[in-house]
Design a protein around this ligand. Structure first.
Ligand code: 6PG
Length: 481
């Protein structure tokens, strides 16, 4: 096949995401080229729209098919493959061309690649893309960061292919260097937390209240019609209605209870620990996926520590489910708040130049964590762009206060009944410490100084001090003198 004119956009990696994104771009009037090492994928791509999309297995021909400056996006698995593709691209592209990494790359790698390519005069954009296969086809949420000048070149394409909320595209320049991938990583951390919270409600609805699959479906359906409306609840509702052809039970009930992960949740926790910024609801979500993998050990422990059936969970399920809705609202706010707090902190430490209001704005559509609550987050940053923590926003504060009864009931009931809902428990513990002007951390400081002479600070006094705790009790000495 001969190509009549040069393409506006090139894609490396023609899996479902890559091909869908190309189809989306073509829908908006642009011509595209695609490259993959697999000839089958290239043949399949060429069949999609032979007029507007051209597939290649030869990298040089692929590069020659593109308009200059060339815009090439990689959608390949994160890690060393990205580095190899970059090296291959450097053989066929020219300085001034634009390389976009649209995968879930670790932000530290993105920083390194940005520097490497900048030194060679290539433009590099690290871009988070969210929304899965359907999002790629119909409108994803995109989080580009890095080279601002290059973003301006690709902006007309990205804004057209993004999802739109109230007329606004769900794409915007995030900030310097690895900002785009950092924001996407935190998006995924929140995604992990929300998924964990939903799965804990499933556990209580099923094993606490004893609801049938149909009844659980109806609960999620109802919740999704109110302030909890979100993409993740929507798909959960549908999972509770999905039966494979020829079966009369949910596919869900055949699925093994071992959750997998590709790493972005773990990276979020690691990044937060490096920045000493607490995100415990995200941390516990990562840990519980990990615990789920120890199936054999869990099965043995289940025999060793059987959970005796306690008294009926509730004598008024409807009322109880209404209070669970409050608990879910509370914990969901906590998950988003922790993620946004991490972004706030990363912005200070890594000087990304992020705008948290813009991030909330582009997460309102297209991405996996889109939800009605993101409108409230967006509104909070509209009111105060410097807002450090969502709990401090007036209207979120009001809603949090109203949900407290629900979360306290939920957490105490799961504890009494031996049902695991660690993300809910942690969301409440985090809150109770967050709103504590006095934490018992003074005791920790005293212990550290006692056993390791690690010193402590005193209220109302400058400097650091040390005490010989087993010696003369009246002395504490200035550790600096
Ligand atoms: C998205 C998703 C996506 C991610 C999957 C799988 O925003 O579209 O976050 O990028 O790859 O959710 O993640 P795990 O395999 O780690 O669950």
């Amino acid at each position: 096949m001969t190509q009549k004119k040069h393409s506006s956009f090139g894609m490396i990696g023609l899996g479902t995401m890559g091909s869908n994104l190309l189809l989306n771009i073509v829908d908006h009037g642009f011509t595209c080229s695609g490259y993959d090492i697999s000839p089958d994928k290239v043949v399949a791509l060429n069949e999609l729209n032979p007029e507007a999309i051209h597939g290649f297995t030869d990298m040089k021909e692929f590069a020659q098919s593109l308009k200059t400056p060339r815009v090439v996006m990689m959608l390949v698995p994160a890690g060393t493959i990205v580095d190899s593709v970059i090296e291959e691209l450097l053989l066929v592209l020219e300085p001034g061309d634009i390389i976009i990494d649209g995968g879930n790359s670790h932000f530290v790698d993105t920083d390194r690649r940005f520097k490497y390519l900048e030194e060679k005069n290539y433009h590099f954009i690290g871009m988070g893309v969210s929304g899965g296969e359907e999002g790629a086809r119909r409108g994803p949420s995109m989080m580009p960061g890095g080279d601002k000048e290059a973003y301006e070149v690709v902006k007309p394409i990205l804004t057209q292919i993004a999802a739109h909320v109230n007329g606004d595209p769900t794409v915007a320049y995030m900030g310097e260097r690895s900002a785009g991938h950092f924001v996407k990583m935190v998006h995924n951390g929140i995604e992990y937390a929300l998924m964990q919270l939903i799965s804990e409600t499933y556990e209580v609805l099923k094993n606490g209240l004893g609801l049938s699959d149909n009844e659980i479906h109806d609960v999620y359906k109802k919740w999704n019609e109110g302030r909890l409306q979100s993409y993740l609840l929507e798909i959960t509702r549908d999972i509770f209605a999905f039966k494979e052809n020829g079966t009369d039970h949910l596919l869900l009930n055949d699925i093994k209870d071992e959750a997998k992960a590709k790493g972005t949740g773990k990276w979020t926790s690691q990044a937060a620990m490096d920045l000493t910024l607490p995100i415990p609801v995200i941390d516990i979500a990562v840990s519980m996926r990990d615990l789920s993998k120890y199936k054999e050990l869990r099965t043995q422990a289940a025999d060793l520590y059987p959970n005796k059936k306690a008294e009926p969970y509730s004598d008024d399920n409807e009322k109880y489910i209404a209070s669970m809705e409050e608990a879910f609202y509370f914990a969901m706010v906590s998950a988003y708040a922790q993620g946004m707090h991490l972004l706030h902190r990363a912005n200070v430490d890594y000087k990304y130049n992020l705008d948290l209001g813009v991030i909330a704005k582009i997460w309102r559509g297209g991405c996996i964590i889109r939800s009605a609550f993101l409108e409230d987050i967006y509104a909070a940053y509209q009111k105060n762009p410097e807002l450090e923590h969502l709990f401090m926003d007036d209207s979120i504060h009001e809603n949090i206060v109203r949900s407290l009864a629900g979360i306290r009931t939920f957490v105490s009931d799961v504890a009494r009944h031996g049902i695991a809902a660690p993300a809910f428990s942690v969301s409440l513990g985090y809150f109770d410490n967050f709103r504590a002007a006095e934490m018992p951390a003074n005791l920790i400081q005293a212990q550290r100084d006692f056993f390791g002479s690690h010193t402590y600070e005193l209220k109302g006094k400058k400097g650091v001090f040390h005490t010989d705790w087993e010696g003369d009790p009246k002395v504490n000495t200035d550790a600096d003198s």
